[in-house]
Design a protein around this ligand. Structure first.
Ligand SMILES: *[C@@H]1O[C@H](CO)[C@@H](O)[C@H](O)[C@H]1NC(C)=O
Ligand SMILES: *[C@@H]1O[C@H](CO)[C@@H](O)[C@H](O)[C@H]1NC(C)=O
Length: 390
């Protein structure tokens, strides 16, 4: 659930700067080269039969990580955000009113033209922090990494809030636990396991910032791909199987003696969030100490001077006494001439436990395996030197 909202969070920020300062359009419309890449993907898939199924992920504007799937027979192509922070699949419906803004810029699913379509019809709505999607359930074959997953229930979106028209992706593919599913239906991973399409109920993400051919990010299904990480995995148990939630010991900045998340706190690993999020009072303090300025229109979001790179402290996220650190280059992103802190704040309602969200800035640094069988997450240093799909 965090996913889309936080992708938008950064998208809105970048957009604001674009309007104020540089005036460059930041949201690409899908073009012929992307269609071409699907063909390239298909060829590579055919020549990689022995490997675990892998999905090439494209990183757009360093904020949105998405991949192609198809739904139906014959296949209808869609671009989806791969989101470990939610657990439903939704796609715009061809029956959505044309007046709905996001409808106009995205692909639409037409069940009538699919022989494997099955009616379900139950109405459903998903509320994100800054957006919502309403629609109804349908069932069809969803193909990911060349693997057809039969009987996948998903949401045909009949209305999306206008903000979602800025997403390049047509929809969202949730990779959280089915206990998080709004539709209360098995996730695509559950169905793949059930249908023996995976060697193990494990999937792993390699994310990088570049979007050029040969440097793609990659989702590996059923295992890990050693080409994309260095050293060994450190495993941390899932503390609550809904989100990919872990218990974090604390957050440490440079050599400072005081910590954030002092008493320990929940942290969720979220591929759908383009920033790392913590409680506003803590992240504001952290960003101010880094010399940042809060963006007036966006509480909790900070810009930072682009000079003084070498003086930036490392930020350590500590689990089971083991430290996972990010360098300045990893937690600050340059957008044209502006440097943005990728650590943002959020206010949590009174009476709820504040948690941290380890979004893509963390997952770019640490190759992450999500192990649904052993209920644990494994982190290993991402290998950015070895980017080619082998
Ligand atoms: C959906 O597909 C059917 C069968 O191909 C077609 O007749 C119909 O016009 C399509 N619906 C829309 C709204 O495009
Ligand atoms: C939450 O708690 C703070 C401090 O106790 C209080 O000032 C604020 O009004 C509360 N907010 C709500 C929505 O209850």
């Amino acid at each position: 659930m965090n996913l889309v909202s936080t992708v938008l969070f950064l998208a809105i920020l970048v957009f604001t700067f674009a309007a104020d300062v540089v005036n460059i359009p930041l949201f690409a419309v899908q073009g012929p080269e992307e269609r071409f890449m699907v063909i390239v993907d298909k060829k590579k898939e055919l020549s990689a039969q022995k490997k675990p199924p892998q999905v090439k992920i494209r990183c757009l504007k360093n904020a949105e990580y998405n991949a192609y799937i198809t739904i139906g027979t014959p296949p209808q192509l869609f671009n989806v955000i791969l989101d470990t922070g939610s657990a439903d699949l939704w796609i715009p419906s061809v029956h959505c009113p044309k007046s709905n803004l996001p409808y106009q810029s995205h692909r639409k699913y037409n069940g009538t033209s699919s022989t494997s379509y099955k009616y379900v019809g139950e109405a459903i709505s998903i509320n994100y922090e800054f957006a919502s999607v309403t629609g109804y359930l349908s069932e069809d074959t969803v193909t990911i990494a060349g693997k057809p997953v039969r009987g996948q229930v998903f949401i045909e979106a009949m209305h999306q809030s206008d903000a979602l028209s800025q997403n390049v992706a047509d929809g969202v593919l949730g990779l959280g636990f089915s206990t998080l599913s709004v539709a209360k239906t098995p996730t695509i991973i559950d169905n793949m396991v059930e249908q023996n399409l995976l060697a193990a109920p494990v999937f792993s993400f390699y994310l990088n910032r570049k979007a050029t051919i040969g440097s793609e990010s990659m989702l590996t299904l059923g295992g890990t791909n050693p080409a994309f990480y260095k050293g060994d995995f450190t495993f941390i148990d899932v503390s609550r199987a809904k989100f990919w939630q872990l218990q974090m010991d604390r957050v440490k900045v440079g050599n400072r003696a005081d910590f954030y998340c002092k008493q320990g706190c929940p942290a969720i690993v979220d591929s759908g969030s383009s920033v790392i999020i913590g409680p506003m009072e803590e992240t504001n303090d952290l960003n101010k100490r880094l010399g940042g300025w809060e963006v007036p229109q966006i509480p909790g979001m900070f810009t930072i001077s682009c000079s003084g790179k070498t003086r930036r402290p490392k930020i350590e996220f500590i689990f089971n006494g083991k430290s996972f650190s990010l360098s300045g280059e990893e937690y600050i992103m340059k957008v044209h001439n502006i440097c943005v802190s990728l650590i943002a704040g959020r206010n949590y309602p009174n009476g709820t436990t504040p948690y941290w969200v380890l979004g893509t800035p963390f997952m770019r640094t640490y190759y992450t395996q999500f192990d649904q069988n052993n209920l644990r997450v494994g982190f290993a240093k991402a290998n950015h030197e070895n980017r080619m799909f082998k």
